[in-house]
Design a protein around this ligand. Structure first.
Ligand SMILES: *Cc1c(COP(=O)(O)O)cnc(C)c1O
Length: 449
């Protein structure tokens, strides 16, 4: 057989040293997802293609459940819909026992449509509308109150409907994370959260059943959760002592980091991100020190999103073409861009070839198919010379991509779930023109041209 031609290139040799990206890169190939060949998946469902591993989804969920329970045995997880609200994905988490955590009326409707009882839906979010609250209250959902105007609105609806809403107060605080997220809920340090609770109880229209915080996202210091848990448990103790109410749960929100590598970071995510065990240990420590937890054993709720799902998702993409840039770098144009994979704007996504390469590496920029200069999937990574038409795997891409994806000039790709027995199952069809224009109306006078 004739040997394949490999174009020569010259690259400075930094033998034994770290390169300027922090480590000597070795590009490993991925030719299957959970045993199903990438080629087969692309042949059957088209390119690009988003693929989820059911095995990884369930394993990560159970891992968090088991690890947390070793430190404090009253964990209830609530799946953060905005991280990924595909019906099949949410259903897997609900099968595992997760409640739903929703941040908008749309997400609330999604959870109800999947069959979640309202009593297992936590309604967070800063922008709940009156009709959405009305529905959630009459159905019996758990409302997490973000600001005073929302509290007044809930009071008004409760009186009108003669209902007693089940509510928690959202609290923001200093946990050593910068910048501290202060936009959600009431502040802890200046006493605003306690005053909001006093106001809530004086209205005598709702049941205060929990305290909630969401301190941020991609929190790289597990210790922040110790401080967050401690603050909410101290607040719970104060509410119990001074107002006579023992809350049923402490909800620490989401924010655990996935194994992705942040764009600004030299340290790969596998090393920079705390493990689920480290987060659990920090939270467990605060609970085990707390007199409130010792006496009342409140339920601990975690709304972990990206750390559960990111590694379960990959995006398969095909090389449309290549060119050389004036910088000396190679450019590769992929059929998946930031329209399907918006987290390329925050992470150094891993780009993997789908076969082994004998050739040398050249610094390569991976672009998507969009007419925007910022459609960059991965900048400046040493990479072998791909051929037009061959596939690459982008990973991890399981979190936030198919909720934040954008329509811009392309149809959205199909999404496939690999079952635990290794069967690919289509969970979202590739879009067509009808999907894009079905809601439009063209006035008759514009139809003639
Ligand atoms: C987004 C969000 C989550 C999930 O956050 P991750 O960073 O994905 O873990 C959980 N709770 C609330 C209230 C959120 O807004």
């Amino acid at each position: 057989m004739k040997k394949e031609y490999i174009a020569p290139n010259i690259e400075r040799n930094y033998a034994g040293n770290l390169n300027k990206y922090g480590a000597k890169s070795v590009v490993r190939h991925i030719d299957n997802i959970d045993g199903v060949p990438v080629k087969e998946l692309l042949g059957k469902y088209g390119s690009p293609l988003i693929v989820f591993s059911e095995n990884t989804l369930r394993k990560r969920y159970r891992r968090l459940q088991d690890t947390m329970n070793m430190h404090y045995p009253h964990l209830q997880q609530a799946w953060s819909y905005k991280t990924n609200y595909l019906g099949a994905i949410c259903s897997i988490y609900h099968q595992e026992g997760a409640w739903a955590e929703v941040v908008s009326g749309m997400e609330y409707d999604m959870a109800r449509a999947l069959g979640m009882p309202a009593s297992q839906i936590i309604f967070n979010g800063p922008g709940k509308r009156e009709h959405e609250l009305q529905k959630a209250i009459t159905e019996g959902a758990k409302l997490h109150i973000d600001h005073l105007d929302e509290l007044y609105l809930i009071e008004k609806i409760a009186k009108k409907e003669e209902e007693t809403p089940q509510v928690a107060i959202r609290v923001n605080m200093e946990t050593g994370i910068h910048p501290a997220w202060s936009r959600f809920g009431f502040n802890y340090e200046n006493g605003e959260a306690f005053r909001a609770i006093q106001r809530l109880l004086s209205g005598a229209t709702m049941n205060l059943i929990g305290l909630h915080t969401h301190i941020g996202t991609f929190i790289l210091d597990a210790r922040a959760y110790y401080y967050a848990a401690k603050a909410l448990l101290d607040l719970a103790q104060k509410v119990y002592e001074e107002l006579g109410i023992a809350v049923e749960y402490i909800d620490l929100g989401g924010g655990f980091a996935s194994q992705n590598t942040l764009l600004g970071s030299y340290t790969p995510g596998e090393f920079a991100s705390p493990s689920l065990e480290q987060y659990a240990a920090a939270i467990g420590e605060a609970f085990n020190e707390s007199p409130f937890a010792a006496q009342h054993k409140p339920m601990l709720i975690l709304e972990t999103g990206r750390a559960l799902i990111d590694e379960a998702g990959s995006t398969l993409s095909t090389v449309l073409g290549k060119k050389n840039l004036p910088t000396g770098e190679r450019a590769v144009i992929l059929d998946a861009g930031v329209n399907t994979t918006i987290t390329a704007w925050w992470y150094k996504l891993k780009v993997s070839p789908t076969r082994a390469f004998p050739g040398a590496y050249q610094n390569t920029v991976f672009y998507g198919p969009l007419c925007m200069n910022i459609d960059v999937i991965r900048a400046a990574v040493p990479f072998p010379d791909l051929h037009t038409g061959e596939a690459v795997v982008l990973s991890p891409t399981g979190a936030y991509n198919n909720t934040q994806w954008m329509q811009f000039i392309e149809y959205r790709p199909a999404i496939v779930l690999i079952s635990e027995s290794g069967n690919p199952e289509l969970i979202r069809q590739r879009e067509n023109l009808e999907d894009v224009i079905v809601r439009e109306q063209i006035p008759n006078r514009l139809k003639d041209f």
